[in-house]
Design a protein around this ligand. Structure first.
Ligand code: ZN
Length: 420
């Protein structure tokens, strides 16, 4: 199914490079029967927005529009009180300037609007789904200080809301969680390209959908990712069809939680002199979840001198990982327990020799500390041979999209309804 959209995407792209919001092109134009002159003599209804303010009840708001107490009670009973909060905008419609409202509509959530219509003796409430459209967009740019900053610069606000750009940075960090430690691997001058699905509501809000493909150039080294589903389970694969998933995450804390981006200090913050530092430090708020970097067995949890509260996990091939300065341990994490990759094992703190909250992370091979961002984690699992042709077809199309001119929108499909 995805493939069909991609074919459409590339065909559209080929014919309409530089175009945007192309789904408008597929809309039927309004037709007027020949010879009929449409004249509407009824004056247009008047619709005015009104916001529910802090500390205000629906009665206050409806009273402003001339609804009586009994009527207000009846109308209010049709709205879910859990969804009523300050800031909600009610659109109140009246047929003429001097008449009572005959319709009230309110957007109660991202996916729904409630419309209240006056009938002769009562009001009728109807829930209407908000229509969202999905199109495929491509963003590209270069990195100066962080991925978020780069996306912020490369993506016009009209194309994607600010908080959604932040979300896209996190999504990309998740896609490459086994290849890159986004808190320290990126350098000024690195480049990114990403093709993703963007959702746009009928009221113009935008949201990040699935990332379809991305490629980065980090320190001159290219890394790419193509989304593909095996048995309905989506994953990311490189150009050769090898999974990006590896035995170890590059960083055992979520990128979004790490506060210092380029922390390469080697001066010990407490001892005050540069000492041989055998691990990687991640500054993060106290209580931030710490994840096991790979599947393994807990060797020990407890106090360990300057490390403070520490968890040690043993993995295959003589590899151990250590997580120090923890505020506390996750429930069930004790010697002998099995942990899986990404499982929360403890929480960032500042126990032991630490001036501020941070995670001290060590990756050891046969007892010797190694830089976890440099260690070779081998190749990923190849895609199933029977699915390889389908993957290759998708990859070719996605590569076209990745390499295209920086158009803002290249193709569309409806998410939950046809365009109006
Ligand atoms: Zn440290």
């Amino acid at each position: 199914m995805r493939l069909r959209y991609l074919v459409a995407a590339v065909v559209t792209l080929a014919f309409a490079l530089g175009g945007r919001q192309l789904w408008y092109r597929n809309r039927p134009s309004p037709t007027i029967a020949p010879g009929v002159l449409a004249l509407d003599s009824t004056p247009p209804a008047i619709e005015s927005p009104d916001t529910l303010h802090r500390g205000e009840t629906l009665a206050h708001l409806f009273a402003r529009h001339g609804l009586g107490a009994a009527e207000v009670k009846h109308v209010a009973s049709m709205l879910d009180p859990r969804k009523l909060r300050a800031g909600l905008v009610f659109h109140v419609r009246r047929p003429h300037a001097d008449s009572a409202p005959d319709q009230i509509s309110v957007r109660t959530g991202p996916e729904q609007r409630v419309r209240l219509t006056r009938l002769p003796a009562t009001w009728l409430a109807t829930a209407e789904p908000i229509r969202w459209y999905v199109d495929t967009v491509r963003y590209a740019g270069s990195i100066e200080s962080s991925l978020y900053e780069a996306l912020d610069r490369a993506v016009p606000w009209s194309s994607l809301a600010s908080e959604e750009r932040m979300k896209l940075a996190w999504e990309l960090a998740d896609v490459f969680a086994w290849q890159l430690d986004f808190s320290r691997d990126l350098q000024p001058g690195d480049k990114f390209r990403v093709v993703l699905e963007r959702r746009t509501s009928e009221e113009g809000e935008t949201q990040v959908g699935s990332v379809l493909a991305a490629d980065l150039e980090v320190n001159g080294r290219p890394v790419s990712a193509f989304r593909f589903s095996e048995k309905d389970k989506p994953g990311f694969f490189d150009a050769a069809g090898l999974s990006l998933r590896r035995a170890f995450l590059r960083a055992p804390v979520e990128f979004r939680r790490i506060s210092s981006r380029f922390n390469r200090a080697r001066m010990h913050p407490v001892l005050g002199y540069a000492r041989r530092h055998e691990g990687t430090d991640y500054a993060a708020d106290p209580g931030t979840p710490v994840m096991s970097a790979g599947d393994g067995t807990v060797v020990s949890t407890g106090w360990s001198g300057g490390y403070g509260n520490m968890v040690v996990v043993r993995h295959r091939s003589g590899i151990t990982t250590r997580y120090g300065h923890l505020r506390g341990f996750a429930a069930g994490v004790r010697a002998g327990a099995s942990v899986s990759q990404g499982e929360v094992i403890g929480y960032v703190g500042s126990t032991g020799l630490a001036t501020g909250p941070h995670l001290h992370y060590e990756f050891r091979v046969n007892g010797a500390a190694r830089d976890p961002s440099r260690v070779d984690l081998g190749n990923g699992e190849p895609i199933a041979p029977s699915l390889k042709p389908a993957f290759d077809a998708d990859r070719v199309l996605l590569t076209h999209l990745l390499l295209a001119q920086p158009v803002t929108a290249v193709a569309t499909k409806p998410a939950n309804a046809p365009p109006p």
